[in-house]
Design a protein around this ligand. Structure first.
Ligand code: F6R
Length: 366
């Protein structure tokens, strides 16, 4: 059942190219260079009335939703609020007539996400669910469902579910922008072409993971590390940090690269590992200067950068390269070596990778 892999997590990481293809299947129309979502109940006229969007989710699904907020706002200019589901339900969120609520959940059974959805539904919002499990509570109770066709995810640490959530979110954002006419056709066509290339790019990246394995072996000994990044890189940093914590039990924190100097820089000492994500070309110079700040305090910097990025090669101690794609799509490539980093660090520490201590795959209690 593990198809020759040592762990479900490694198998599920390797399945991501297939999951991307399945999630995109039938949803990209080559003739019109657009997205088609025939399953969506929400009509284009209703979409044109949406005034705000709320996103709710927990854990890794929340991290996918963070990317969603950024991408939906960028492509549609509709303001998006986002909350961890357990906070949303108790903060009396302001839901108006034209608020769309998007709930993201792999299992479709997370108690907090369900409760947040129910709360929003009582206030009259239209609920759109993004979930992996057909027939799950989230799928049944939502007004609309977009499935992430990742296939069953067995490992407790979510990998392919997260990335296929990203793919659905990209397609949803593009679809909304088509209905609203907020994105030019050239950019849309370009983004779609780059999305369709992702599976092959990831296959290539997964062919040789020796560098990541070596770095993971080195990190396995450390007790504390930081992830930094700006914009979408920060959102991936949050996910990478969670993944590392939950299976390797190494303490890590993710910070917006510019925020470290407002306090936490005090924790950087000689040899503290800092994993610096810098896939956003527009923010590159700023992130490089933050890397210099931590290096000056003795940090050991592992950069995550786009192939051919010489600035990173000159600044960091190690660089993990990821394939070039559209700037909004980089989370779908940059998270993958960081999933592997968590996996190999956990393995080196002798942990039960698929069943980390204290955690359950599906959290059906509050
Ligand atoms: C982390 C992880 C959890 C889940 C969270 C939400 O790897 O898997 O953080 O993402 O418990 O679960 P779902 O998506 O099933 O609602």
């Amino acid at each position: 059942e593990k198809d020759g892999y040592d762990h479900y997590m490694l198998k599920e990481i390797a399945e991501q190219p297939r999951a991307y293809r399945d999630t995109m299947l039938g949803r990209i129309d080559g003739d019109s260079h657009g997205i088609v979502l025939p399953e969506l109940q929400l009509a284009p006229e209703q979409i044109r009335q949406i005034q705000h969007i709320h996103m709710v989710a927990c854990g890794t699904a929340y991290h996918a939703a963070l990317v969603g907020k950024a991408v939906i706002e960028r492509l549609t200019r509709i303001p998006v609020e986002i909350d961890v589901a357990s906070e949303y339900r108790y903060r009396q969120p302001i839901i108006r007539e034209h608020t769309l609520v998007i709930a993201v959940s792999q299992s479709g059974e997370t108690a907090d996400t369900l409760a947040a959805m129910r709360e929003a539904k009582l206030s009259g919002a239209h609920i759109l669910a993004i979930t992996n499990v057909v027939g799950s509570s989230v799928a049944r109770e939502a007004d609309d469902v977009l499935f992430t066709w990742a296939g069953p995810e067995i490992a407790v640490a979510s990998t392919k579910a997260y990335t296929s959530q990203l793919i659905v979110i990209y397609m949803l954002a593009l679809y909304l922008s088509q209905c609203l006419n907020t994105l030019d056709a050239v950019t849309r066509t370009e983004m779609l072409a780059m999305m369709e290339r992702l599976p092959v790019q990831i296959e290539e990246m997964l062919e040789d993971t020796r560098r990541v394995q070596r770095i993971a072996g080195e990190l396995a000994e450390c007790g504390n590390l930081f992830f930094i990044g700006r914009g979408l890189d920060y959102m991936v940093a949050l996910e990478a940090s969670l993944k590392l914590k939950e299976i390797s039990y190494i303490h890590s924190e993710a910070y917006p690269a510019g925020e470290l100097k407002h306090g936490s820089l005090a924790l950087i000492e000689e040899g503290t590992p800092v994993i610096a994500l810098a896939t956003q070309e527009a923010l590159l110079e700023k992130t490089i200067s933050n890397i210099k700040e931590v290096k000056a305090r003795g940090a050991y910097v592992i950069g995550v950068a786009l192939e051919g990025n010489m600035d990173m090669a000159k600044t960091a101690d190690e660089v993990i390269y990821v394939p070039r794609t559209h700037p909004l799509l980089t989370p779908a490539v940059s998270v993958i070596p960081l999933q592997l980093l968590a996996y190999y660090a956990a393995l080196a520490r002798g942990n039960d990778v698929d069943k980390p201590r204290n955690l359950a795959k599906s959290v059906t209690v509050e």
